[in-house]
Each structure stands twice: as structure tokens, then as C-alpha cells.
Design a protein around this ligand. Structure first.
Ligand code: HEC
Ligand code: HEC
Length: 258
């Protein structure tokens, strides 16, 4: 009787061992197959990206111009990819390169355009002392290419739900304030023909003494402040461009500075 029980037990044991070995083999094979197919997929993706970028290569100057267009806040006034729609006082730039010569475009970007003396309207700022010759050439290449979409050249996204000062810190970059007033409002950007020889800082005791209320800061951002004619760089007019809630955010950020 004992023998009769032993035999099925041994068979069962052998069967279990076989099943375990079989499962281990299946698992190993599945692991290999997944690894293999992942590697295979990756290869395909890379090849796909390479072939799509080689079929439509972006000229490095056009790409640099797209990034400059974002960095210098051209998009904030002229719209995403220069398509307008921000303010009735700011034209779209879509057709501008077919109407104007490169020399004329360079002169407009360097010297500005429009009624800089009229405090009720945006005007094209003077950029000559701020944007390099090479950057202006790249901007012109971008306009000439028809302002194409360039990956990662979009203006930085505005953080939501993290408070006004955080929003304002991003707007300070997004609206291009940082190009003229320096990182953290430290100033120091040369403006050789202006009385102070520099674009003013937006931090420090003197600034806080003169601009001691939110209303005073908001008023100067809205109206701008014209010091003189090009090549002197003046404060652009942002009224009708930057909405009120964003003006408040910019002020909240400026008040966090040294
Ligand atoms: C503060 C808003 C503002 C910013 C920032 C700005 N522009 Fe302008 N721009 C204007 C306004 C307003 C005009 C129209 C001036 C006029 O005709 O009176 C203009 C005109 C122009 C024109 C001439 C368009 C035409 O049809 O004659 C060009 C080109 C131009 N801008 C390029 C740029 C570039 C490139 C940048 C970024 C480096 C830039 N702008 C940044 C406001 C702005
Ligand atoms: C093209 C360069 C340029 C850009 C861009 C620019 N500013 Fe200015 N800003 C100036 C200049 C130049 C002055 C000095 C005007 C004066 O002395 O009348 C000034 C003055 C100011 C002042 C008054 C400070 C003072 O001491 O007179 C404030 C505040 C200010 N800017 C905020 C901003 C903010 C915020 C932005 C971004 C939305 C910005 N600016 C973008 C050039 C610029």
C-alpha cells in the first residue's frame, strides 16, 4: 500500500519539476523577446527621426532666428510665429520679408519704428545695442524662411497655481525684460548714448525708492519711457500687449528682488 502511494507522488514531483522548468524557459524567452523587440523599436524610431529630419533639414540660421524671435519677445507683440492678433497696433510679420529688403529689415530691428513719442500705443523697440549683428541676421533668415515652426523655440510656458511671483519670474523672461534689465533685474546692459550709459536695474535701493508703489511700476511698464532716438534704447510700451493680471505678476516678481 505504501509503495502504491509512493509511485504517484514521484510522478507528481517529476511533473512539478518539468512545469517549473517549462515556466522558467517561457519567462526567459519572453524576457529576451521583449528586450529584443524594444531594441528593435528603438532602432526604428531613431531611423525614423533621422530620415524625417534629413528630408526637411532646418537651416541653422533659421533655427537660431526662431530662438531669437522667442528670446527677444518678438512673439509677445507680433504673435506666435509672427501671425499677429495680439494688438491692432502691431502688424503680423508673415509677409514682411517679401515686401522689405534685408537692409530695411535690419534697420527696423536696430532702430525701431513707429510713434515712440505717443505714450498710448506700442511701437517697435530699438534693439541695436541689445541684439548682435549675427542675431539680427538670423532673425532676418527666420523671417525670410516664412517663420516656420522650430522645435523647442516656443516662449517658456507660464506656471499656473504657484503664485504671482513665480508667474512673474517667467514673464520677466517670456516678455524679454531680462535682455535689457539683466538677470534678476541687476541691470548693467550698455546703452552708451543714454545719460546713464546703461539700461537701469530693477532692483536696489534707488529703484525701490523711486518706484515705491505697484501703481508706479505698472504705469511705466504700460506706457514705456522714451529717453531719446535710436541708437538710444528706450523702455518699450507694453500697454495693450501685457494683460493686467500679468502686470501684477511682474510687479510681484520685481518685489522679490534684492
Ligand atoms: C513691444 C512690442 C514689440 C516688440 C517686442 C517687437 N515689435 Fe516689431 N513692431 C512693433 C510695432 C508696434 C510695429 C509697427 C510700427 C509701425 O509701423 O508704426 C512693429 C514693426 C515691426 C516690423 C516692420 C513690419 C512692417 O510690416 O513694416 C518688423 C520687421 C518687426 N517689427 C520685427 C520685430 C522683431 C524681429 C522683433 C523681435 C526682435 C520685434 N519686432 C519685437 C512692436 C513690437
Ligand atoms: C529694449 C530694452 C527694454 C526692454 C525689453 C524692457 N525695458 Fe524696461 N526700460 C528700458 C530702459 C532703457 C529704461 C529706462 C527708461 C528711462 O530712463 O526713462 C527702462 C525702464 C524700466 C522701468 C523703470 C525703471 C527706471 O529706473 O526708470 C521699469 C519698471 C521697467 N523698465 C520694467 C520693464 C519690464 C517689466 C520689462 C518687460 C516687460 C521691460 N522693462 C522691458 C529698456 C527695456
Amino acid at each position: 500500500m505504501a509503495r502504491q502511494r509512493d509511485i504517484p507522488a514521484a510522478v507528481a514531483e517529476a511533473a512539478i519539476v518539468l512545469i517549473v522548468l517549462f515556466l522558467a524557459f517561457v519567462a526567459a524567452f519572453a524576457g529576451w523577446a521583449v528586450g529584443h523587440s524594444t531594441r528593435h523599436t528603438r532602432t526604428v524610431t531613431v531611423a525614423g527621426a533621422a530620415s524625417s529630419s534629413s528630408s526637411a533639414p532646418i537651416d541653422p540660421h533659421v533655427a537660431a532666428g526662431a530662438h531669437d524671435f522667442s528670446q527677444f519677445a518678438c512673439a509677445q507683440c507680433h504673435g506666435d510665429r509672427g501671425r499677429g492678433g495680439v494688438s491692432p497696433d502691431v502688424p503680423a510679420l508673415s509677409g514682411v520679408a517679401s515686401q522689405l529688403t534685408s537692409t530695411r529689415l535690419r534697420s527696423i530691428i536696430d532702430h525701431g519704428l513707429g510713434e515712440s513719442k505717443n505714450p498710448t500705443k506700442p511701437y517697435m523697440p530699438v534693439w541695436g545695442e541689445v541684439i548682435s549683428k549675427q542675431q539680427v541676421s538670423d532673425l532676418i533668415a527666420y523671417l525670410r524662411a516664412g517663420l516656420p515652426a522650430v522645435p523647442t523655440a516656443e516662449p517658456p510656458a507660464i506656471p499656473q497655481g504657484q503664485g504671482l511671483a513665480v508667474e512673474g519670474a517667467t514673464l520677466y523672461v517670456r516678455d524679454g525684460c531680462i535682455n535689457c534689465h539683466g538677470p534678476n533685474g541687476l541691470g548693467g546692459v550698455p546703452n552708451p548714448q543714454s545719460p546713464d550709459k546703461r539700461i537701469p536695474s530693477l532692483s536696489g535701493v534707488a529703484f525701490r525708492k523711486q518706484f515705491n508703489t505697484d501703481a508706479k511700476i505698472i504705469a511705466v511698464i504700460r506706457s514705456g519711457s522714451v529717453i531719446g532716438r535710436a541708437p538710444i534704447v528706450s523702455m518699450p510700451h507694453w500697454g495693450g500687449i501685457i494683460p493686467n493680471d500679468q502686470l501684477n505678476a511682474l510687479v510681484a516678481y520685481l518685489k522679490t528682488l534684492k
